[in-house]
Design a protein around this ligand. Structure first.
Ligand code: SF4
Length: 645
């Protein structure tokens, strides 16, 4: 019996148009837990056969979409699905002179977590994971309907002609069309950007949920794969239904209590979602701590004019928020709301943007709330990751103002919403020279701009580009302020700049400062997040997954018995396996230790005036971090042991 899981892994070879359904491997479900962990293992098996993947846009890239045991159960926040692949943005395959001791990296193993309904619907359709290889010879889509899984030709109606070129229609149109075809279904699809192989093209599920970071949309595009549509009705059977119900109610009560505790950060989420971090990062309004680390002007500063800030503050976004619009199976935390702008050039309906998106567009000096709302809706439709887009835009604005993008006809400048919207569309549709330049991973972009501007300008060009050397783009907390967070950014398995694999801000604000303590905190956070992603839960799940009653609840669901230590060991195993794969893709300490030149210059304003990344201290944290992880001094991880218990 497959308790918790549906027990079916579906192997799809698009080149042959073959579909093979096989039973799940129960040992792997125990040792790698589920979603992210299992997908890392399935990617490892693939790379063992193919060797390092030098081109993430080649048919050899494997992309896996699936769920985990907790998904579609009453466990609060059990609506997060997993997608894993080798990322397109995190590559620097050619030797470049601007990275000391440069070593080629060919793309990081990327896990992306997405909410909504799709992943639970895929489970109801009878599928745990779709393991997709190869490339179709013409546009196709996958449908999983009540156990029947097929690769079918993508309908002509899913495409439109833009500037004489056939391109996928926006994600909302693709989704609406497919839900008209398969009633009550749920769809995840690429948008025009992914179809055009933009390196930060994402996948969009259920209109506004995304597998955002890393380029999953571009991988779909490279495979001629438009969308996956799922429909089913069958639920999962727990191993011990009565115990599962009782313990589930207990856990539900605990989550509710934590949301109702005004001293906990989770208590802000039902009202403000993630946007409460705007005030916390700008002026420390929430819980009376923080401030001075909201990035401004392409990461130059962490503070700016408070009157300007008010236009894009937590309250400003509260003003346009509507009712809750949450992921399937979310309970109590309810972080997402609809949003509506009533009038003006950006009038429309959609969802309230998230903190990271807003922060990284404030970093472009964009102070127009309604334009931020509009751009966010456009990104969802065009299939563009909002965060990487923000980092790419901030760099492009600085390059443009310094005259480096004249040849590309760029009129980009900080704070100019209209030009940003124009650039977004140019990138998604690859419509002009500027769009084609900015849709590339950064080292290719730097090389092209430098070739046009002359080698003498190289330092100035590099100074603008914080995504240099295969960066994913720094998240919305200034990378200059917190050494622990900078280590989390620098060692994240899915690429430099990612904030989700470990989060240190509250700990550092609470006084955590020593190199070894920071390294240990980051390593523990990374293993814990690997578990949350492997269980199909949300980052905002407030219970400890390696403690009671969760462990007993998980046993009642799956029949798998973990102790706190064996479950944590699974998290470490998953993280180490991902690192091992990244080592094979070319990553080692050289990559982790790279610090973009701009980040070595101190902030000049605000509570953290004078702070910058200090190379010696960062390197001492890296030394401790590798030692704690059991990796070599060069950051090379062994292939981890595979067994639990
Ligand atoms: S807290 Fe937010 S992201 Fe998490 S499951 Fe609920 S609605 Fe989705």
């Amino acid at each position: 019996m497959n308790f918790g899981y549906r027990g079916k892994w579906v192997w799809i070879d698009l080149s042959r148009r073959s579909v093979r359904i096989e039973p799940a491997d129960h040992d792997l479900c125990r040792d790698y837990v589920g979603g992210r962990g299992l997908q890392a293992k399935l990617l490892a098996e693939h790379l063992k056969k193919t060797g390092p993947l030098k081109d993430p846009l080649s048919p050899e890239n494997r992309i896996i979409v699936g769920n985990a045991a907790a998904n579609d159960t009453p466990i609060p926040t059990a609506g997060r699905g997993s997608c894993s692949f080798i990322g397109t943005m995190t590559r620097s395959p050619q030797p470049v002179s601007w990275v000391p001791g440069h070593k080629p990296v060919y793309g990081m193993i990327t896990h992306s977590s997405c909410g909504g309904l799709f992943h639970n619907m895929l489970k109801r359709a009878g599928v745990d994971h779709l393991i997709i290889d190869g490339k179709a010879d013409r546009p196709v889509r996958i449908q999983a309907v009540e156990g029947d899984i097929r690769v079918v030709d993508a309908e002509e109606d899913l495409f439109q002609v833009v500037d004489g070129k056939k391109v996928l229609r926006p994600a909302s149109a693709v989704t609406d069309y497919l839900s008209g075809k398969i009633k009550s279904s749920s769809t995840v699809c690429a948008g025009p950007a992914g179809w055009n192989l933009v390196d930060f093209g994402c996948l969009t599920a259920d209109h506004h949920r995304n597998f955002g970071r890393g380029g999953a949309g571009a991988v779909f595009g490279s495979k001629n794969l438009v969308a996956i549509t799922a429909y089913g009705k069958e639920g999962v059977s727990p191993y011990d239904a009565e115990k599962f119900k009782t313990l589930g109610q207990e856990l539900d009560r605990m989550i509710k209590e934590s949301v109702e505790d005004p001293n906990r950060t989770v208590s802000f989420r039902p009202k403000t979602g993630t946007t409460w971090w705007l005030d916390r990062a700008f002026n420390g309004k929430y819980l009376g701590v923080g401030g001075g680390y909201l990035p401004w002007h392409n990461f130059d500063e962490g503070y700016f004019d408070p009157d300007d800030y008010r236009r894009v503050s937590t309250d400003a976004f509260l003003e346009i928020a509507g009712k809750h619009n949450v992921c399937n199976k979310c309970r109590h935390i309810f972080c997402t709301r609809t949003a509506k702008v009533d009038s003006g050039p950006y009038a429309g309906q959609g969802v309230r943007p998230e903190f990271e998106t807003i922060a990284l567009w404030i970093n472009c000096c964009l102070l127009d709330r309604d334009a931020i709302f509009h751009l966010n809706s456009l990104c969802n439709d065009l299939g563009i990751d909002t965060m990487t887009f923000g980092s790419v835009m901030a760099a492009a604005m600085e390059l443009s103002e310094k005259g480096f993008l004249r040849k590309y006809g760029s009129a980009l400048k900080f704070g100019d919403a209209a030009e940003m919207i124009k650039a977004l569309k140019s990138i998604a549709y690859q419509a002009d020279d500027l769009g084609r330049l900015l849709g590339k991973y950064t080292d290719r972009m730097i090389a092209e701009v430098a070739a046009n501007g002359g080698a003498a300008d190289l330092d100035d060009i590099l100074y603008c580009c914080t995504t240099a050397y295969a960066g994913l783009g720094y998240a919305g907390i200034s990378p200059k302020v917190f050494p622990g967070m900078f280590t989390a950014y620098g060692t994240s398995n899915r690429g430099r700049g990612d904030h989700t694999y470990a989060w240190t801000i509250q700990a550092e604000e609470g006084g955590l400062t020593g190199a070894r303590e920071l390294a240990a905190y980051v390593a523990e956070g990374q293993a814990g997040k690997a578990l949350v992603d492997s269980l199909g839960l949300c980052d905002f799940f407030t219970a400890d997954v390696a403690a009671e009653p969760f462990l007993s609840l998980y046993h009642a669901l799956t029949g798998i018995e973990y102790t706190p230590e064996t479950l944590k060991e699974c998290g470490r195993r998953i993280y180490t396996l991902e690192r091992h794969l990244n080592n094979l893709q070319g990553r080692d300490r050289t990559y982790d230790a790279f610090v973009p030149p701009k980040l070595r210059l101190p902030l000049t304003r605000g509570a953290h005036k004078g702070k910058a990344v200090h190379l010696d201290f960062y390197n001492s944290i890296l030394d401790a971090y590798y030692e704690i992880q059991g990796w070599s001094k060069q950051g090379v991880a062994p292939l981890p042991e595979g067994k639990t218990g």
